[in-house]
Write a protein that binds this ligand. Structure first.
Ligand SMILES: Nc1ncnc2c1ncn2[C@@H]1O[C@H](COP(=O)(O)OP(=O)(O)OP(=O)(O)O)[C@@H](O)[C@H]1O
Length: 241
Protein backbone atom coordinates (compact mmCIF):
# COMPACT_ATOMS: atom_id res chain seq x y z
CA UNK A 1 0.00 0.00 0.00
CA UNK A 2 1.23 3.46 -0.89
CA UNK A 3 1.55 5.66 2.20
CA UNK A 4 3.07 8.84 0.78
CA UNK A 5 3.44 10.01 -2.75
CA UNK A 6 4.65 13.23 -4.22
CA UNK A 7 4.44 14.54 -7.75
CA UNK A 8 6.44 17.45 -9.13
CA UNK A 9 7.18 18.76 -5.66
CA UNK A 10 8.79 22.17 -5.64
CA UNK A 11 9.96 24.01 -2.53
CA UNK A 12 11.26 27.55 -2.57
CA UNK A 13 12.67 29.58 0.25
CA UNK A 14 12.23 33.09 -1.07
CA UNK A 15 13.77 33.07 -4.54
CA UNK A 16 15.88 30.04 -3.75
CA UNK A 17 14.51 26.83 -5.27
CA UNK A 18 15.51 23.99 -2.94
CA UNK A 19 13.42 21.17 -4.44
CA UNK A 20 12.92 21.29 -8.18
CA UNK A 21 10.17 18.85 -9.09
CA UNK A 22 10.47 15.73 -6.94
CA UNK A 23 8.38 12.68 -7.73
CA UNK A 24 8.41 9.68 -5.44
CA UNK A 25 6.15 7.25 -3.66
CA UNK A 26 6.75 5.35 -0.46
CA UNK A 27 5.12 2.00 0.17
CA UNK A 28 4.08 0.68 3.54
CA UNK A 29 6.97 -1.26 5.15
CA UNK A 30 9.81 0.32 3.19
CA UNK A 31 13.02 1.63 4.79
CA UNK A 32 13.78 4.56 2.51
CA UNK A 33 17.03 6.47 2.75
CA UNK A 34 17.61 9.94 1.33
CA UNK A 35 21.26 10.69 0.67
CA UNK A 36 22.98 13.68 -0.85
CA UNK A 37 25.51 16.41 -0.20
CA UNK A 38 24.98 19.19 2.30
CA UNK A 39 22.44 21.64 0.91
CA UNK A 40 20.96 19.19 -1.62
CA UNK A 41 17.54 19.47 0.05
CA UNK A 42 17.40 16.24 2.11
CA UNK A 43 15.99 17.75 5.30
CA UNK A 44 13.56 19.90 3.35
CA UNK A 45 12.25 16.81 1.54
CA UNK A 46 11.97 14.88 4.82
CA UNK A 47 10.02 17.72 6.44
CA UNK A 48 7.65 17.86 3.48
CA UNK A 49 7.07 14.10 3.55
CA UNK A 50 6.61 14.32 7.34
CA UNK A 51 3.93 17.00 6.89
CA UNK A 52 6.00 19.54 8.85
CA UNK A 53 6.73 21.80 5.89
CA UNK A 54 4.38 22.85 3.10
CA UNK A 55 5.15 22.58 -0.62
CA UNK A 56 5.45 25.58 -2.92
CA UNK A 57 4.11 23.61 -5.87
CA UNK A 58 3.21 20.05 -6.77
CA UNK A 59 1.02 17.42 -5.16
CA UNK A 60 1.61 15.47 -1.98
CA UNK A 61 -0.67 12.60 -1.05
CA UNK A 62 -0.76 10.94 2.35
CA UNK A 63 -2.64 7.64 2.15
CA UNK A 64 -4.20 8.88 -1.08
CA UNK A 65 -5.46 12.12 0.53
CA UNK A 66 -4.22 15.34 -0.93
CA UNK A 67 -2.45 17.20 1.84
CA UNK A 68 -3.47 20.64 0.63
CA UNK A 69 -7.11 19.64 1.17
CA UNK A 70 -6.65 18.56 4.80
CA UNK A 71 -7.37 20.98 7.64
CA UNK A 72 -4.60 22.05 10.03
CA UNK A 73 -6.39 20.09 12.74
CA UNK A 74 -6.36 16.89 10.70
CA UNK A 75 -2.70 17.40 9.76
CA UNK A 76 -1.83 17.87 13.43
CA UNK A 77 -3.73 14.71 14.31
CA UNK A 78 -1.87 12.68 11.65
CA UNK A 79 1.50 14.01 12.85
CA UNK A 80 0.63 13.22 16.46
CA UNK A 81 -0.93 9.80 15.98
CA UNK A 82 0.54 8.31 12.84
CA UNK A 83 4.04 9.76 12.47
CA UNK A 84 7.13 9.62 14.68
CA UNK A 85 10.24 11.79 14.43
CA UNK A 86 13.89 11.27 15.38
CA UNK A 87 16.44 14.05 14.91
CA UNK A 88 20.22 14.32 14.93
CA UNK A 89 20.13 16.54 18.05
CA UNK A 90 17.90 14.11 20.04
CA UNK A 91 15.75 16.96 21.47
CA UNK A 92 15.34 15.45 24.93
CA UNK A 93 14.10 17.58 27.82
CA UNK A 94 17.03 18.05 30.20
CA UNK A 95 14.80 18.38 33.25
CA UNK A 96 12.97 15.09 32.67
CA UNK A 97 14.35 11.60 33.26
CA UNK A 98 14.45 8.90 30.56
CA UNK A 99 11.04 7.46 31.37
CA UNK A 100 9.43 10.91 31.47
CA UNK A 101 11.04 11.90 28.18
CA UNK A 102 9.60 8.83 26.49
CA UNK A 103 6.19 9.52 28.00
CA UNK A 104 6.33 13.21 27.06
CA UNK A 105 3.68 13.06 24.29
CA UNK A 106 1.21 11.62 26.82
CA UNK A 107 2.10 14.19 29.48
CA UNK A 108 1.41 16.89 26.90
CA UNK A 109 -1.94 15.40 25.93
CA UNK A 110 -2.68 14.52 29.60
CA UNK A 111 -3.44 10.93 28.66
CA UNK A 112 -0.96 9.02 30.83
CA UNK A 113 -2.30 5.66 31.97
CA UNK A 114 -0.93 2.31 33.11
CA UNK A 115 -1.01 0.66 29.68
CA UNK A 116 1.04 3.54 28.22
CA UNK A 117 3.54 3.33 31.06
CA UNK A 118 3.84 -0.39 30.35
CA UNK A 119 4.37 0.35 26.66
CA UNK A 120 7.23 2.70 27.59
CA UNK A 121 8.81 -0.05 29.68
CA UNK A 122 8.50 -2.59 26.87
CA UNK A 123 10.18 -0.16 24.46
CA UNK A 124 13.00 0.64 26.92
CA UNK A 125 13.58 -3.09 27.37
CA UNK A 126 13.61 -3.64 23.61
CA UNK A 127 16.16 -0.91 23.01
CA UNK A 128 18.40 -1.82 25.95
CA UNK A 129 17.78 1.27 28.10
CA UNK A 130 15.43 -0.19 30.72
CA UNK A 131 18.02 0.17 33.49
CA UNK A 132 18.47 3.85 32.62
CA UNK A 133 14.84 4.80 33.20
CA UNK A 134 15.55 7.13 36.14
CA UNK A 135 18.65 8.77 34.61
CA UNK A 136 18.69 12.31 33.32
CA UNK A 137 19.72 12.99 29.67
CA UNK A 138 23.04 14.58 30.73
CA UNK A 139 24.00 11.29 32.38
CA UNK A 140 23.65 9.36 29.11
CA UNK A 141 25.92 8.70 26.15
CA UNK A 142 24.87 10.01 22.74
CA UNK A 143 23.79 6.56 21.61
CA UNK A 144 21.68 6.08 24.74
CA UNK A 145 20.07 9.48 24.23
CA UNK A 146 19.19 8.61 20.67
CA UNK A 147 17.63 5.33 21.80
CA UNK A 148 15.51 7.33 24.27
CA UNK A 149 14.46 9.57 21.37
CA UNK A 150 13.61 6.48 19.30
CA UNK A 151 11.45 5.10 22.14
CA UNK A 152 9.70 8.47 22.39
CA UNK A 153 9.09 8.45 18.62
CA UNK A 154 7.54 4.98 18.94
CA UNK A 155 5.44 5.54 22.05
CA UNK A 156 2.37 6.50 20.01
CA UNK A 157 2.81 3.40 17.85
CA UNK A 158 3.22 5.48 14.67
CA UNK A 159 2.99 3.98 11.20
CA UNK A 160 5.92 5.94 9.79
CA UNK A 161 9.13 7.00 11.52
CA UNK A 162 11.07 9.94 10.05
CA UNK A 163 14.72 10.15 11.04
CA UNK A 164 16.99 13.08 10.14
CA UNK A 165 20.66 12.11 10.41
CA UNK A 166 19.88 9.95 13.46
CA UNK A 167 23.49 8.82 13.75
CA UNK A 168 25.04 12.17 12.79
CA UNK A 169 26.17 13.04 16.32
CA UNK A 170 27.30 9.55 17.27
CA UNK A 171 30.57 7.65 17.17
CA UNK A 172 30.59 4.62 14.89
CA UNK A 173 29.85 2.09 17.66
CA UNK A 174 26.81 4.00 18.98
CA UNK A 175 25.76 4.79 15.42
CA UNK A 176 25.71 1.08 14.61
CA UNK A 177 23.47 0.32 17.60
CA UNK A 178 21.07 3.10 16.57
CA UNK A 179 20.89 2.13 12.88
CA UNK A 180 20.37 -1.51 13.87
CA UNK A 181 17.54 -0.38 16.17
CA UNK A 182 15.93 1.39 13.21
CA UNK A 183 16.38 -1.69 11.04
CA UNK A 184 14.74 -3.77 13.75
CA UNK A 185 11.81 -1.34 13.98
CA UNK A 186 11.38 -1.68 10.23
CA UNK A 187 11.74 -5.45 9.99
CA UNK A 188 10.14 -6.65 13.20
CA UNK A 189 7.71 -3.89 14.17
CA UNK A 190 6.59 -3.31 10.58
CA UNK A 191 7.20 0.44 10.65
CA UNK A 192 7.88 2.36 7.46
CA UNK A 193 11.05 4.41 7.91
CA UNK A 194 12.26 7.43 5.98
CA UNK A 195 15.77 8.47 6.94
CA UNK A 196 18.07 11.25 5.83
CA UNK A 197 21.77 10.51 5.97
CA UNK A 198 24.99 11.58 4.31
CA UNK A 199 26.73 8.40 5.44
CA UNK A 200 26.92 5.55 2.87
CA UNK A 201 27.42 3.00 5.64
CA UNK A 202 24.11 3.99 7.26
CA UNK A 203 22.43 4.17 3.86
CA UNK A 204 23.37 0.54 3.17
CA UNK A 205 20.83 -0.56 5.82
CA UNK A 206 17.96 0.89 3.77
CA UNK A 207 15.75 -1.16 1.47
CA UNK A 208 15.71 1.72 -0.99
CA UNK A 209 17.84 4.79 -1.44
CA UNK A 210 16.97 8.13 -3.03
CA UNK A 211 20.02 10.03 -4.25
CA UNK A 212 19.36 13.73 -4.16
CA UNK A 213 21.44 16.28 -6.02
CA UNK A 214 20.69 20.00 -6.10
CA UNK A 215 17.00 19.45 -5.38
CA UNK A 216 16.36 16.69 -7.92
CA UNK A 217 16.36 12.91 -7.64
CA UNK A 218 19.45 11.65 -9.38
CA UNK A 219 18.60 8.02 -8.77
CA UNK A 220 16.14 5.83 -6.88
CA UNK A 221 18.00 2.64 -5.94
CA UNK A 222 16.38 -0.58 -4.82
CA UNK A 223 18.47 -2.65 -2.40
CA UNK A 224 18.12 -6.15 -3.72
CA UNK A 225 21.55 -7.37 -2.74
CA UNK A 226 23.42 -7.96 0.49
CA UNK A 227 24.44 -5.02 2.63
CA UNK A 228 28.12 -5.04 1.71
CA UNK A 229 27.55 -5.01 -2.05
CA UNK A 230 24.83 -2.36 -1.65
CA UNK A 231 27.36 -0.30 0.31
CA UNK A 232 29.88 -0.66 -2.52
CA UNK A 233 27.23 0.36 -5.04
CA UNK A 234 26.36 3.43 -2.96
CA UNK A 235 30.04 4.42 -2.72
CA UNK A 236 30.25 4.28 -6.50
CA UNK A 237 27.07 6.31 -6.97
CA UNK A 238 28.17 8.95 -4.48
CA UNK A 239 30.89 10.06 -6.86
CA UNK A 240 28.11 11.47 -9.03
CA UNK A 241 26.56 13.46 -6.18
N1 LIG B 1 13.80 27.70 6.49
C1 LIG B 1 14.69 27.99 5.53
N2 LIG B 1 14.80 29.24 5.01
C2 LIG B 1 15.65 29.53 4.02
N3 LIG B 1 16.49 28.63 3.46
C3 LIG B 1 16.44 27.38 3.93
C4 LIG B 1 15.54 26.98 4.97
N4 LIG B 1 15.73 25.66 5.22
C5 LIG B 1 16.71 25.27 4.37
N5 LIG B 1 17.13 26.26 3.60
C6 LIG B 1 18.15 26.17 2.55
O1 LIG B 1 17.78 25.16 1.65
C7 LIG B 1 18.89 24.39 1.23
C8 LIG B 1 18.64 22.93 1.50
O2 LIG B 1 18.57 22.74 2.90
P1 LIG B 1 18.37 21.29 3.54
O3 LIG B 1 18.47 21.46 5.01
O4 LIG B 1 17.14 20.68 3.00
O5 LIG B 1 19.63 20.52 2.97
P2 LIG B 1 20.31 19.18 3.43
O6 LIG B 1 20.58 18.41 2.19
O7 LIG B 1 19.47 18.52 4.47
O8 LIG B 1 21.65 19.73 4.05
P3 LIG B 1 22.53 19.23 5.32
O9 LIG B 1 23.08 17.88 4.93
O10 LIG B 1 23.59 20.27 5.42
O11 LIG B 1 21.61 19.20 6.49
C9 LIG B 1 20.09 24.97 1.96
O12 LIG B 1 20.79 25.81 1.09
C10 LIG B 1 19.50 25.76 3.11
O13 LIG B 1 20.29 26.85 3.45
Amino acid sequence: MEVISGEKIVKNYGKFEVLKGIGLNVQDGEFVGIIGKSGSGKTTLLKILGLIESVTDGTLLYKKNEISKLSDKELARIRREELGFVFQEFYLMDSLDVFENIMLPFYISKTVDDSKKERARVLMEKFGIRTLEKKMPNELSGGERQRVAICRALINDPEIVFADEPTGNLDSKSGKIVIESLKDINEHMGKTIIMVTHDPQMASYCSRLILLKDGVILEDLENNRNQESFYQEILGKMKEL
